[in-house]
Design a protein around this ligand. Structure first.
Ligand code: PHE
Length: 448
């Protein structure tokens, strides 16, 4: 058996589902629909689609090239590729971004567990809107329960990771991703058959370019990075598990299609329902945890659909936390020579220790601020505005300017076996377009 086969995914569909699982996450289900609604609906959709095609897919291919060429984790990959020392700093930078993202992401992931329990026990039904809002506020402001749920979520993730790439990540993704799609379609049918669904669809899709500001366009660009999990080594790590015979272009395309589809369908689930019951289409965590439970309370068979929805959200979050932790575990197994089990446990505990501060920043330590933000918000800001775009920029500059073009082409065409008609276009994006877009994001983050 060749080395690639024993170490990575066993099939192309496995690779696509695992990486799509990493990409499809909380970002798709509450952030995307809200951004769509507030930034001119269809107008935002068109701009976002353009960014995914023009920059997202090429950048994903770039990360895959780095991972598959080197068969290594994010730090090891740069160590193998660099001609001059120093580029591996990008890898360490990615690990730092991942640690911070995982610390705050796991807080919201933990909330999904609480809401799965609440909806399965029917505890939210019959509550007034105020009571639902209070329940959310007092749960998140607490210490014991949010920490317990966060810990459980981290344990679940570590458990999957400890089974390895094939028996853990690939296997669970092959089960959970189809389940996610089925649950999502079930919710879509429910939502579209509610009276007043049309208004919600209009809110979502009517292209209103007058509502799309410069900030909205930038938001669409940032959203495509976060949603496709780019700029932090996730796709370098998963790229190292993709078989040599698979097409990196097609794999990237399919992952992006899945990611976009889930984001759009999540909007189709949420907004018709919200409008149908005259709720406020507010954004962020409020939308999912406060507005939607009210919607479910008013809906025939709402208890069942609430459970389905939160299960869906939990699955989306779990496949994403798996990809986050795998970046760290692959690094510690390959670079520090720890066993997979030891890596899974130590990284889980470390993330929990840092994550405690994020969880408590909704409650007891909400007054601890860094640059006027709670710790949770600070981690979010630093990663989204600086670490991720800077990491992605360094990646494009390294591969576009400091690594031989023939080698990039060799990897993308599988050693010449595949035709890649778009190669020159891809290479132009890698060297010129993507770096410019990333510099704009970074500068606007600093100025704004
Ligand atoms: N793409 C995920 C989401 O949309 C978030 C994520 C980022 C997951 C980076 C893994 C790595 O929620």
């Amino acid at each position: 058996m060749d080395n690639n086969k024993s170490r990575g995914f066993t099939s192309n569909i496995g690779a696509i589902l695992a990486a799509a699982g990493g990409a499809v996450g909380l970002g798709n289900i509450w952030r995307y629909p809200y951004m769509l609604g507030q930034n001119g609906g269809g107008a935002f959709l068109i701009v976002n689609l353009f960014f995914v095609l023009a920059i997202g897919i090429p950048l994903m291919m770039t990360e895959f090239v780095i991972g598959r060429r080197t068969q290594s984790n994010v730090v090891g990959a740069y160590k193998k590729l660099e001609r001059k020392k120093g580029w591996a700093t990008i890898g360490y930078f990615s690990i730092l971004a991942v640690v911070l993202i995982y610390a705050f992401y796991s807080v919201v992931a933990g909330w999904t567990l609480n809401y799965i329990v609440l909806s399965c026990t029917n505890s939210l039904s019959g509550l007034t809107p105020n009571e639902i809002a209070d329940a959310f506020a007092s749960f998140t402001a607490g210490s014991f329960w949010p920490l317990l749920y966060q810990f459980c979520f981290l344990m679940l993730t570590a458990l999957v990771i400890s089974f390895g790439v094939q028996k853990g990540i690939e296997k669970i993704s092959k089960i959970l991703m189809p389940v996610l799609f089925v649950l999502l379609l079930l919710m879509v049918v429910r939502s579209l058959t509610l009276p007043g669904a049309k208004e919600g669809l209009q809110f979502l899709f009517k292209p209103d370019f007058s509502k799309l500001t410069g900030a909205g366009v930038l938001g669409a660009l940032g959203q495509s990075f976060f949603s496709l999990s780019l700029g932090m080594g996730a796709m370098v790590t998963y790229g190292s598990y993709i078989r040599k015979e698979d097409s990196l272009f097609k794999t990237s395309l399919w992952i992006s299609v899945c990611d976009l589809m889930v984001a759009i369908l999540a909007g189709v689930v949420i907004f018709p329902a919200v409008f149908s019951f005259g709720m406020d289409p507010a954004g962020g965590p409020q939308l999912v945890y406060v507005v939607l439970p009210n919607v479910f309370n008013n809906m025939p068979m709402g208890g069942l659909f609430a459970a389905v929805f939160f299960l869906l959200l939990g699955i989306a979050a779990l496949t994403s936390t798996i990809s986050l932790q795998e970046i760290i575990v692959a690094f510690s197994v390959e670079e520090l020579h720890w066993t997979r089990r030891k890596s899974s446990i130590i990284s889980m505990i470390s993330i929990f220790v840092i994550g405690i501060f994020c969880t408590l920043s909704f409650g007891p330590i909400r007054h601890w601020t860094l640059f006027n933000r709670t710790i949770f918000d600070f981690f979010d800001l630093v990663t989204a505005s600086y670490l991720v775009p800077i990491g992605a920029l360094a990646t494009t500059i390294f591969l576009g300017w400091f690594y031989p073009k023939v080698e990039v082409k060799d990897e993308i065409t599988n050693g010449g076996a595949l035709k890649c008609r778009f190669f020159e276009l891809y290479y132009f994006i890698l060297r010129i377009v993507a770096p410019i877009a990333l510099i704009i994001i970074i500068v606007s983050g600093i100025v704004g």
